[in-house]
Design a protein around this ligand. Structure first.
Ligand code: NDP
Length: 444
């Protein structure tokens, strides 16, 4: 058995009941075969794949808080510090009832390679809790965030581990966590990113993941002789990534016609009205039925279905494994020619394979959605300098980073004989830098 297969088997045996983590490890390691085979003796001696698939540490803690009725509630908090070979741990905090250690590990593992791809000095980590902010009052969210930070503060710091937002963690939650960290530690430092603009946040961080997704998609299309202007786009999700992906797509002359949340989806053949979507989701925190009620051209459907809409480009921007084999078949049958992942691992392994076999241009999330963490790293730079850059400056750096990511992964795919396979390219380009750093730093 080859080294890659041995390590995949070992990871599955050592981490039972963590299917998302197994899936992420399989996806990354299988695509690293060309580089692993070229360096097998060295990597085996260094136990490099065993080390890179084992987190530096996993922290799990109780998060008790009091709800508005005076009842004590208990959630579980997690922080997985996966790898800091090239910089402090960096990765978001997910607040969603589905959160468990396997999901946090899959996200932290992917984050290592994503962060490396940005070319910025940031390692990989991820955290979160099974707390659901939906339907909670601001006071309840604050009580949870403060209790969460009462434990998390022991493990993070501006040069150690810098968490950020993710599903369920937006500016409100980051604000409450930052306030509590400052109170406990008595220091004012850039320990979290995604902060409000009045206390150290970066302009363009809110927009960064969605905008970055479109910058990379535009470059991928351009390098394959296509233009994004005039194209019909289907988008899933209606959160931070989806909203700003829709906005930038429109600025580039494309027409996004769908969005979705966990209860239903919108088809709006006139093109999504971003101002209305922001009002419904960012201001009112309401369901998409409110969008449909306010927009005569929109149709609302219960459940899942955006991938059945005819399109040129698909951008999954909601959550993991939301685009399966049947969805991939529907996209191909409807003439879609490009898929770029705004969410983390939204496409199942079978669906990815099918899309690639059918010559769909496929940009994996660790490259396509890296704009968020890249801009978080730019926020860290501004905090260290105690300066704030203009929106245009951050946005132009973001665009440069995304274009550079595409060219790096394209070059890595070509170098190892997999031209056009951007999954292989992204994993190899992200892995090589981390592997070199780990070997240089010795066994630690
Ligand atoms: P948000 O919480 O802002 O939005 C998530 C969206 O996806 C919401 O519309 C939500 O609907 C929907 N969603 C979440 N879970 C499910 C589910 N199980 N089934 C169906 N729909 C679901 O999160 P973000 O936009 O920040 O994150 C979206 C994805 O992008 C995640 O995979 C995240 O890890 C990834 N990502 C985010 C980055 C960022 O900067 N924010 C950076 C890089 C990646 P509802 O509100 O009904 O739950």
């Amino acid at each position: 058995m080859g080294y890659v297969d041995e390590v995949i088997e070992r990871v599955i045996a050592k981490n039972p009941g963590e299917p998302e983590f197994h899936q992420a490890v399989r996806e990354v390691l299988e695509s690293l075969r060309p580089v692993v085979e070229a360096n097998e003796d060295l990597y085996r001696r260094e136990a490099l794949l065993e080390r890179i698939t084992e987190p530096d540490r996993q922290i799990k803690f109780r998060v008790p808080w009091v709800d508005d009725k005076g009842q004590v509630q208990v959630n579980t908090g997690y922080r997985v510090q996966f790898n800091n070979a090239i910089g402090p741990y960096k990765g978001g905090l997910r607040l969603h009832p589905s959160v468990n250690i396997g999901i946090i590990k899959f996200l932290g593992f992917e984050q290592i390679f994503k962060n490396s791809l940005t070319s910025l000095p940031i390692g990989g980590g991820k955290g979160g809790s099974d707390f659901d902010p939906k339907g909670k009052s601001d006071r309840e969210v604050m009580a949870f965030c403060q209790s969460f930070m009462n434990e998390l503060y022991k493990y993070i710091g501006a040069d150690e581990d810098v968490p950020a937002g993710d599903i369920g963690t937006g500016a409100r939650e980051i604000g409450y966590m930052f306030g509590q960290y400052k109170k406990i530690r008595g220091v004012y430092e850039g320990v979290l990113t995604g902060k409000g603009l009045s206390y150290g946040g970066s302009l363009a961080r809110t927009e960064a993941t969605g905008y970055g997704l479109l910058y990379l998609t535009e470059e991928m299309l351009k390098c394959n002789g296509k233009d994004i202007a005039g194209k019909t786009i289907v988008v899933s999700g209606a959160g931070n990534v989806a909203i700003y992906a829709i906005q930038k797509a429109q600025q580039l002359g494309a027409k996004p016609v769908t969005c979705s949340d966990s209860t239903g989806w919108i088809y709006d053949p006139e093109g999504i009205d971003v101002a209305l979507l922001k009002e419904v989701k960012e201001v009112k925190r309401a369901r998409l039925t409110e969008y449909a009620a306010a927009r005569p051209s929109a149709q609302y459907h219960e459940g899942k279905g955006v991938w059945t809409v005819k399109c040129d480009i698909a951008l999954p921007c909601a959550t993991q494994n939301e685009l399966d084999l049947d969805d991939a078949k529907a996209l191909v049958a409807n003439g879609c020619f490009a898929v770029a992942e705004g969410a983390n691992m939204p496409t199942t392994l079978e669906a990815t394979k099918y899309l690639q076999e059918n010559k769909i241009l496929f940009a994996p999330g660790k490259a396509a959605n890296a704009g968020g963490v890249a801009t978080s790293a730019l926020e860290m730079s501004q905090n260290s300098e105690r300066l704030s850059w203009s929106f245009e400056e951050v946005d132009s750096k973001l665009k440069g980073i995304m274009v550079n990511i595409f060219h790096n992964l394209d070059a890595a795919a070509k170098k190892y004989g997999h031209e056009g396979d951007y999954v292989v390219g992204a994993n190899i380009a992200g892995f090589e830098k981390v592997a070199t750093a780990m070997i240089a730093q010795g066994v630690c």
